[in-house]
Design a protein around this ligand. Structure first.
Ligand code: NAD
Length: 296
């Protein structure tokens, strides 16, 4: 079994991005600038946004964190988004999800200008992705594609089962792997909460992408020997032996599945760090387009 080391791979990508930033600065241009909007004090969201800001600093990007109270109205949030859309010093920005219940998430994602939508969630960018046109790919599926590509894992003609059909992970993952592209050309099945014969499907799969958010759901009995296993899940499971009171669990029962798998991503240290690296990559792309005045 070989570990798909997202921590190391993302570190390699960050070195590449930092080199590109140095080049930009050497040309007398300004560094890429990512902004993040955080509404409320959700613990996981605060951790993710903090990690994104830290990653920006590491590669030499400018970053702006806009921290809004949980009672922020939809109107105020939309006004903030329009300000960022109009600010030429910002190359791209993200609105950390989930948002408080009183805010319409779809309305918010639609308000982000597609040229600054480095999360790739705007319908225009989702459409461009589905049509295989240049765009900002959503960071988590993009990170998985990059990991598969850098580890030279054959995907052409392989049977892939993606578990989960969310707009940010499962659905785009299934689209990308079915396309004619590096880490693509696969025959993809997308499974979800209404799938009745999941173990039958996963037992046939050469590659399984587990993105359902149920800790340790995928067990060894559900996996074909030699399969490649991608674990997207991140769930905080209460654990009193830990100082912080919880541990992070993936969607795969790592100990048992690792014995059968040819490649497997750990949690943490697999898909998570890749997601952040690809957000940086999208921001670099946004900056390059900005500088060249060549938008989507
Ligand atoms: P989601 O809740 O939006 O979607 C879960 C999907 O799983 C749904 O489509 C649902 O139909 C499916 N599902 C639920 N129960 C199932 C079952 N028993 N069998 C088959 N399918 C089932 O979740 P999401 O936003 O896609 O996230 C999934 C997991 O990935 C979560 O743990 C989340 O925290 C994690 N995540 C990790 C990263 C990362 O960077 N590593 C990024 C995004 C999400």
């Amino acid at each position: 079994m070989i570990l798909l080391d997202g921590k190391q791979t993302s570190a390699d990508i960050k070195v590449e991005i930092a080199a590109a930033v140095s080049e930009i600065k050497n040309q007398g241009k300004r560094a890429p600038h990512l902004a993040a909007i955080l509404v409320g004090t959700n613990g996981a969201s605060m951790t993710y946004v903090g990690a994104k800001v830290k990653a920006c600093e590491l590669v030499g990007f400018d970053s702006t964190l806009i921290d809004l109270p949980v009672e922020t109205t939809e109107e105020t949030l939309l006004a903030q988004i329009h300000t960022l859309n109009d600010n030429p010093a910002i190359d791209g920005f993200i609105v950390q999800l989930p948002l408080p219940k009183h805010i319409d998430e779809q309305k918010v994602l639609m308000a982000v200008h597609p040229d600054k939508d480095v999360d790739g969630f705007h319908p225009m960018n989702v459409g461009r992705m589905a049509l295989d046109l240049p765009t900002f790919l959503p960071a988590t599926p993009y990170g998985i594609m990059e990991l598969l590509e850098r580890y030279k894992i054959p995907t052409s003609g392989k049977q892939v089962v993606v578990i989960g059909r969310s707009h940010i992970v499962g659905r785009p993952m299934s689209i990308l792997m079915s396309q004619k592209r590096p880490a693509g050309d696969a025959t993809v099945t997308i499974a979800h909460s209404r799938t009745t014969n999941l173990a039958e499907l996963t037992l046939e799969a050469d590659i399984v992408v587990a993105a359902l958010g149920i800790p340790e759901f995928l067990t060894a009995e559900m996996v074909k020997p030699g399969a490649v296993i991608i674990d997207v899940g991140i769930t905080r499971v209460p654990d009193e032996t830990k100082k912080r009171g919880y541990r992070i669990a993936g969607d795969v029962h790592f100990e048992s599945v690792a014995e059968k798998a040819s490649y497997i991503t750990p949690v943490p240290g697999g898909v998570g760090p890749m997601t952040i690296a690809m957000l940086l990559k999208n921001t670099l792309l946004a900056c390059e387009r900005h500088a060249a005045n060549s938008f989507i």
